[in-house]
Design a binder for this molecule. Structure first.
Ligand SMILES: [Zn+2]
Length: 128
């Protein structure tokens, strides 16, 4: 194992989450590499400090968030992005939905006329 691979694995090594075989490789490299040994000691002490802090409960902010949503209402996007951007977004959404809805129908209606199908229909070429 080289130094850069060892450094990549170090945090997981310290946390004890590496597969046994990989952890043994890291341990073997660290024993013979003073530079990685030093890094491992730093990483270990950092991890110990973080673990000593224990778990922290995130504050419950759902009430505040839902109140904020109710307060701004449907005009939120208009006030944030402007009326032109909102209308452009609605037009784009309608265009996409229309394209998805009507594209297969158009293809079936004119199989030889579209540029996506360059080869002529057999019935047409046989008539000339
Ligand atoms: Zn090393």
């Amino acid at each position: 194992m080289d130094c850069s691979t060892c450094r990549e694995m170090m945090l997981e090594f310290v946390e004890g989450t590496l597969p046994a075989k990989v952890a043994a490789g890291v341990a073997e490299h660290v024993k013979s590499c003073p530079s990685c040994m030093k890094e491992l000691e730093k990483q270990s002490s950092r991890t110990r400090v973080l673990q000593s802090l224990g778990r922290v409960q995130a504050p419950d902010q759902w009430e505040e968030i839902s109140r904020s949503i109710r307060r701004t209402g449907p005009w939120y996007f208009v006030t944030k992005y402007g009326i032109v951007a909102v209308i452009a977004g609605i037009v784009a959404a309608v265009a996409i939905v229309a394209a998805i809805a009507f594209l297969p129908a158009l293809r079936h209606a004119s199989p030889s006329g579209s540029s996506s199908n360059p080869s002529p229909a057999p019935a047409e070429s046989a008539g000339r």
